[in-house]
Design a protein around this ligand. Structure first.
Ligand SMILES: Nc1nc2c(ncn2[C@@H]2O[C@H](COP(=O)(O)OP(=O)(O)O)[C@@H](O)[C@H]2O)c(=O)[nH]1
Ligand SMILES: [Mg+2]
Length: 351
């Protein structure tokens, strides 16, 4: 994904290290005073004449002991940093890192490297490590959904999914229901997308395939009451978890946002998950921000990570909303969802 970064830091540090090189001064040679024996005084005293002969002029090569292994150090000046950080910022933006996140990363990198000395041979790996550190701090540690469900005493645990059309909500809900089932957590799906044509059939088909009950009403009916009925069904049948699918709404549409606010009010979810596409970059950040503003999201799932070559969305969306990324969708099959793992993600970025 972020392979460009690896290359960038490589040729960036190469340029810097060519530009400025501090060769550490070798230690001053200890000068031993030549002594002469003065018979009259019966003692040794410094032979000042010999000393003058032996002492080379300051600045000549032999004045300092020449050490064989030169220690080359590199210092990155603020001016150097400004030039290369502009390039780096451009690259981050091109790779779907949001502007404010790119700025923060560069500011932190600046604090960590400007006017600091690095060993020339280690500068590349050190900058990469510092960059990794910054990314690790930006990403919020995800919580474990199955653990949360198991920990809730009064079942069912209610999960509300939101996001705009076509991002993969319905597919992801089926994936999650399937993986919970494998962990011996029972669930029921609420087909609360009563708006989009064929949405109820689509979720019912998934339900049949994975063996999960789907509660549905008619098209055009109130989605909040579908959610409410699914919760009632779960209570009655001792089902651990209710997964509420909703219609994809544009985050800019006031009416549809009002509708999801109502669903949220009626079903009182234990967790609200925003689903976005990792390939959409800045748009997904705006969507997450506005859902977070209207219903307050708790976590994020980014779908289509299998076709995302950039990787910057994951970095930005969590930072902007201050909410963790819980899973990455990595394909269309039920098993193609993986818990978000910070270390693995950073490795995938090529750092
Ligand atoms: N490649 C890929 N496709 C996905 C992923 N998740 C969902 N999709 C596809 O995205 C399309 C829209 O998915 P859907 O679940 O109907 O989106 P919804 O409108 O948000 O409910 C479908 O064709 C899915 O198969 C994913 O992780 N990777
Ligand atoms: Mg859907």
């Amino acid at each position: 994904m972020f392979k460009f970064l690896k290359e960038k830091i490589g040729n960036w540090t190469e340029k810097i290290s060519k530009k400025e090189e501090i060769v550490e001064e070798p230690k001053k040679k200890e000068i031993k005073l030549p002594m002469k024996f003065e018979p009259g005084l019966q003692k040794y005293e410094p032979d000042l004449e010999k000393l003058k002969e032996e002492t080379p002029e300051p600045g000549t090569e032999s004045f300092f002991r020449k050490i064989k292994t030169k220690i080359s150090k590199v210092k990155i000046s603020e001016k150097d940093f400004e030039i290369y950080s502009e390039e780096l910022k451009g690259l981050l933006l091109e790779n779907n890192v949001a502007y404010e996140v790119a700025e923060k990363m560069i500011k932190e990198l600046k604090e960590k490297i400007v006017e600091k000395e690095f060993l020339k041979k280690e500068i590349e790996s050190e900058i990469k490590d510092l960059f990794k550190e910054i990314i690790e701090e930006i990403l919020i540690e995800p919580y474990d959904l199955a653990k949360k469900i198991n920990e809730k005493k009064e079942k069912p645990y209610v999960v509300l999914f939101c996001g705009i059309n076509g991002t993969g909500k319905t597919t992801t809900i089926a994936k999650i229901a399937d993986s919970l089932k494998k962990e011996k957590i029972s669930s029921v799906i609420a087909a609360a997308d009563t708006f989009r044509a064929a949405s109820i059939e689509q979720i019912k088909e998934h339900g049949e395939k994975i063996g999960i009950k789907v509660i549905s009403h008619e098209y055009g009916s109130d989605p909040a009451s579908v959610g409410f009925d699914a919760i009632k069904y779960a209570k009655k049948n001792l089902i651990d978890c209710v997964l509420i699918d909703t219609a994809g709404r544009m985050h800019t549409s006031k009416n549809l946002i009002k509708e999801i606010e109502k669903i949220s009010k009626v079903t009182k979810p234990d967790t609200k998950i925003f689903i976005g596409e990792s390939i959409t970059g800045n748009d997904v950040i705006e969507q997450a921000r506005s859902f977070n503003f209207s219903i307050g999201i708790d976590g994020i799932i980014l779908t289509k990570a299998d076709i995302d070559e950039k990787g910057g969305t994951a970095l930005s969306v969590g930072y902007v909303t201050k909410k963790p990324i819980l899973y990455l969708g990595t394909g269309q099959l039920y098993a193609e969802i993986e818990p978000f793992d910070k270390k693995r993600f950073i490795k995938k970025l090529g750092l």
